[in-house]
Design a protein around this ligand. Sequence first.
Ligand SMILES: [Zn+2]
Length: 474
Amino acid sequence: MAKLPEFKIEVATEADVEGEMDCSKNPGHVGFIPFKDFAIDHLSQIWQEERIFEYIRNIGERVVRLVVKCDDGQCNYGSGLVENWAGQYVIATNHHVIENEKQAKQCLIEFDFNSDDRSDVIVCEGTGLLETSEALDKTLITFQHVPKKIYDLNMVDETLFIPEVASTDENGQTHRYQALILPNKVNDAGILVMPLTCELNKARETMVHFHEGTISKLASDVMKFEPIPREPRLGVGLSNQHIGDLKLTVAIADIKGKMKTLTGNIEFIEREVFIKLPEALTNEEAQRCTITFPDGSVSKGTGVHFLPTTLATANLQGLDINLDNLLSTGIPAIHVLANKPFWSLAFKPIPRGLTEQLDIQKRNNTQERRLVHTAIVIGHPHGGRKMVTIGKHLPLGTLERTERGFRFSIGYSCKTCRGSSGSPVLYLRSCRWYIHARGGTGTECKGEIVETGNLNKAFWWKKYINDIFIEGSM
Ligand SMILES: [Zn+2]
């Protein structure tokens, strides 16, 4: 196996700004597209759709150059991205670009650095550190004065992906858990994942609180009901293997009393009898269900039952980490992780801003497009004008142990240079972006030829993932 490259942080100094012409990582900057010239034709054919192009342009408009003052009076240059964080516009970049409150307050944020004459540049000022994670190499800072055009851009509130779940147990005690919304829909439902330590099936009540005020309920397609008919009433013995084929009519009334009919099946889980439905219901919806058995007898839904899953069995789409590749690395911790149960659940209602984002992701994440691993980096290499580079995902990602816990890394081949640290790396198939964190060079990755000669990496998404999938499991 080819040796992995040495990965380096990519912050530019003033010397790098001057020395753009003799770049050692990407000589001649072949394939660097000035953002102002970026056109739909630069995309491979499968992505040449106007609204996808506009989506990428929209992200590019949010990319900024960061000028960070160092203690020695020199400046470092990095890149960043405007995010909507709990209704506030903030800049996301690397921890190694902005480490602390002092740097956050002293940094300059430059929008629209699109040409060497800097004629359109809008300079804003950092006002404080919102949060920073050394392990994920990610920092969020606040800034002023937000340029007007930013208000006009459509931007999902990133906190919609990390709601809090409040679950009240049998004794009336409420426990709070960090949850994560996955960037895709299944059967038109959003998917929420959370740690198994929450005993959902014993809880009196569980509610999902989104920052903007939406309160949702968890839903499951496995329903409890009473009374459980004795065997003769089901028409066949409960032990009969064909019992799963039995079609049951489930009538559900909505809150206005309007009736809808579903067809359910008997399902045995740990020797208990449930009804499996074609769609997920909340506890309240299940309690409005009436089940009619073949002999005409009737039972009532009493609630829903939640089933845990594992990464190895869940087949979650849009994760951007490739479990098969991870497992092939042979790291024992990954096997433990892959088989560790967690909750992966539907929920209702889905907040409006989240619905819009999930719809974009669903539209882009087609079977055909999932096979095209296009990744795009937009940033300020060498601290110069804004550039776009196009590459693809690489099977480089792994589970890394750091002093502060585990993290996933993901790899891509888009060209980056010093100054690219903090640039968004957009994975087109999931419409998810990551913060470019390390750059390396190489021509091959696990048997794949890497045409750009760049082997770069970022860390997977949100720190909460560690709490859900990793912490306490190893
Ligand atoms: Zn360069």
